[in-house]
Design a protein around this ligand. Sequence first.
Ligand code: NIG
Ligand code: FE
Length: 406
Amino acid sequence: MSKLIINIAKLYLGTDTKSPLIADKLAEVIFIENAWLLIVHGRIADWGNMELCPERADEIIDAEGGYVLPAFVDSHTHLVFAAPREQEFVQRIQGLSYQEIAQKGGGILNSARRLSACSEDQLLEDAFARLQEVVSYGTGAIEIKSGYGLSVEAELKMLRVIRRLKEISPIPIKASFLGAHAMPMEFKENRSAYINLILDEMLPRIANEGLADYIDVFCEKGFYSTEETDLILNAGAKYGLKPKIHCNQFNSMGGIETAIKYNAVSVDHLEVLNDTEIDALSKSKTIATLLPTAPFFLNDDHFPPARKLVESKVAIALASDFNPGTSPSGNMQFVLSLACIKLRLTPEEAFNAATINAAYALEMDGELGSISKGKKANLMITVPMPSLAFMPYYFGANLVKRMIFS
Ligand code: NIG
Ligand code: FE
């Protein structure tokens, strides 16, 4: 089965890379103009100029002067949830903070109550609709976390929904176990009892059923301490689960050090970050995943110091953090816009951080994240654009005309 895409105004090709793009390399893009692209059995096979275009293929797709780009890899989402939380959005407009809402039993605990009352089938149906929506905005691979279960059965339910989504999804999915997302009310006075549930009941069953690819912890004041994070990551490692953790969203308290100790694939958020942590990241293989829609939506002035990270040779990725509390959008084109406006990344840097570097943040770099021979052909065809910069510039619009999947 072969597919030939013709009349591509600009075809963005992968730079040959064996590791995530850092420093000046993050801005490097290679493209050819007036191009064709051949896909054979779902893999990128060849490309060239329209003047020397193959004549035959099983299917010919006319890009009509649009760009062909690798699909976005969204390496951090909470796509499975039971209900939106727009009332908390209103409470924040009226002056409450995210943490105050959480302390009153809102926030993640609100989502957990709603999820426990929701059937697996309903969760799947709603998550699939969201998945189709984000795919229409250019996402071609995604990570999805548990963490709105917060009980043995409900965490397993969430992870089973993600497994069923994997079976019906047009795009690859990776699952992260986030049992340590918030402390359930009934364990507030006995935190170690809930942590023991994670260690002794959730993890063995999740590992036994092969339900997770990664382990995550919300290492943050009011959520999980560094010591608790250490315990959980240590237990996860025994089951072969590498960490991808939430830390430094509101406070710098040692999460990064702990994550690096366990060879975390990524540390995510980093709105509050000090020089020692940047230095530690630059000496590690851990990717700094930045989620600019979260501080934007919380109207928080702290955005991750992206320029400093790039200058310090830290590998950065961008993701949507799609969730009902802090980022009710999985539109990666908007993530690019915020990355340019609020993180001061150039459009090329943002594009690479949301594609090839994000593929590294999901350990899918051999298969996805760039248009390179042999990789899966998960691509987007855009409407005609004057330049790559037009995508983050023309914010709020959907410039993706068609998605191609292998
Ligand atoms: O990445 N920070 C922790 N977790 C999510 C928010 C979850 C929620 O509020 O429902 C985040 O921002
Ligand atoms: Fe998150």
